[in-house]
Design a protein around this ligand. Structure first.
Ligand code: ATP
Ligand code: MG
Length: 224
């Protein structure tokens, strides 16, 4: 359960989120809205990357501002720009690095990493320099490095911007098949099929909160 209680945010003087009250208990929740409407700011609050200026955010009852470490163990975050998430020289090492605290042997970590990569479109890439992957491959790698940790909640901020049609479809299938809660921010409205709830943000406020069809209809009218 993710709760936003009276959440607002300002960068310097400018208010970019205001009066956000949400209880997200559904398995698949998405946020859509125009550029600059506050989606990334809101998503980043779920694991404490941004601290709300007003109100509070809770994950399973834990206040993100106070118990950030415990929250980050539960919440995985996949960023728009995968470069910010890739920390090791090769793709395999990057996924294995995620597992460093799990008490597995090096060989087990490597094997899990290779399996994970193969499952998500990167078969044979374990030894490949991570920074020499294509943009879309980096997005898949970032997903692998996060999923291998089996977080309770996966927050994805525009995770498919660089993916080709096949990998985008694959990404959608991965999201659909996950047991954990998924919070997706996207401009790609095709990804919303099968979501339980879609929330439309406009100028930092929730302006629609509905099943995908109706929320997307509202968003299309809003954009005009
Ligand atoms: N670190 C920052 N410092 C100052 N202003 C910021 C910062 N990050 C975002 N903003 C501003 O906050 C507002 C909301 O930004 P945010 O990134 O949350 O929007 P978004 O809905 O994710 O947009 P997009 O669809 O373009 O990704 C924008 O006006 C943006 O310029
Ligand atoms: Mg954004």
């Amino acid at each position: 359960m993710i709760e936003f209680e009276g959440v607002g945010h300002s960068y310097d003087e400018r208010t970019v989120l205001d009066g956000v009250d949400l209880r997200l208990s559904e398995q698949r929740v998405a946020f859509v809205g125009a550029n600059g409407s506050g989606k990334s700011t809101l998503a980043r609050m779920i694991n404490g990357l941004v601290r709300p200026s007003r109100g509070r955010v809770l994950v399973d009852g834990l206040d993100v501002a106070r118990e950030g470490r415990a929250v980050r163990r539960r919440v995985g975050f996949v960023f728009t720009h995968p470069d910010s998430q890739i920390v090791m020289p090769t793709a395999g090492e990057d996924v294995a690095f995620s597992l460093r605290k799990q008490g597995l042997s090096k060989a087990e970590r490597q094997q899990r990493a290779v399996e994970m990569l193969a499952r998500h479109g990167l078969e044979g890439y374990a030894e490949h320099p991570a920074h020499q992957l294509s943009g879309g491959q980096k997005q898949l790698l970032a997903l692998c490095s996060m999923l291998v940790l089996e977080p309770d909640v996966l927050v994805c901020d525009e995770p498919t911007t660089l993916l080709d049609l096949r990998n985008k479809r694959h990404f959608g299938e991965v999201l659909a098949g996950l047991e954990q809660q998924v919070v997706l921010v996207t401009h790609d409205l095709d990804l919303l099929d099968g979501f339980d709830r879609v929330i439309v943000l406009d100028q930092g406020r929730v302006v629609a909160d509905d099943v995908p069809d109706r929320a997307v209809g509202f968003y299309r009218e809003l954009i005009g």
